[in-house]
Design a protein around this ligand. Structure first.
Ligand SMILES: N[C@@H](CCC(=O)N[C@@H](CS)C(=O)NCC(=O)O)C(=O)O
Length: 212
């Protein structure tokens, strides 16, 4: 399978998950402004919506929307904890968290990244985001992960959000999120993806080799 990504974007969540569960994949960089790939071809031919992530399956089907891409990958894990199977109530708890992150957190950040949003809009969004981040900080508690002892789908997504929050707002108000962000940065999957995406500052080799 092939993941279309942009460095540091929300596509980093499925990218980390692919590494966590060890699924063989290629990762193809998208220029989100030009909507092109590195070979100059048109990304809109892959995903007419123009956004990352997109996951191209070996059948040629292209799956989009982060929350769904994460579920597709999670269902392919060799162990059930990352996304519990149908029939298990904890599956819905995991998906509830993914949905919260995608609708309540991710999309608010889009305003902070936008050149068109005014400072007033950005201040308003930051205030709103702070409430949502406080909820997830409490929900996470000491963790280590959102669902407790095991990493599940939303943890990969929350890592991306905490990375954005650290840069755009700061994490001082949210000690649990800060601790989570620091813990996640030590994982081999995260280090491998940050390195692959060209975002790793301290490039100490990770134990696990990137698979692409
Ligand atoms: N609804 C999509 C939105 C994904 C999204 O917002 N992707 C951003 C990067 S984090 C993007 O590609 N923005 C560029 C664009 O939409 O043109 C999803 O949930 O996957």
């Amino acid at each position: 399978m092939k993941l279309y990504y942009s460095p540091g974007a929300c596509s980093q969540a499925p990218h980390i998950l692919l590494h966590e569960i060890g699924l063989d994949h290629d990762a193809v960089k998208v220029d989100l402004k030009a909507k092109t790939l590195e070979d100059g071809s048109n990304y809109l031919d892959i995903n007419p919506k123009g956004a990352v992530p997109a996951l191209q399956l070996d059948s040629g089907e292209v799956l989009t929307e982060n929350a769904v891409v994460l579920q597709y990958i999670g269902d392919r894990a060799a162990w059930p904890e990352v996304l519990p199977p149908l029939g298990s109530f904890s599956r819905y708890r995991v998906l509830e968290l993914v949905n919260f992150i995608t609708t309540e957190l991710h999309k608010r950040f889009s305003f902070l990244f936008s050149r068109d949003a005014s400072d007033d809009v950005k201040q308003f969004v930051k205030g709103d985001l702070a409430k949502k981040l406080s909820w997830i900080d409490q929900r996470l508690g000491e963790g280590p992960f959102l669902m407790g002892e095991e990493l599940t789908l939303p943890d990969a997504y929350l890592f991306v959000i905490t990375r954005w929050a650290d840069k755009m707002i700061g994490l001082d108000q949210w000690p649990n999120l800060r601790a989570f962000y620091e813990r996640m940065q030590k994982r081999d999957s995260v280090r491998n993806v940050l390195r692959f995406e060209g975002l790793l500052q301290d490039d100490t080799p990770a134990r696990e080799k990137a698979d692409h």
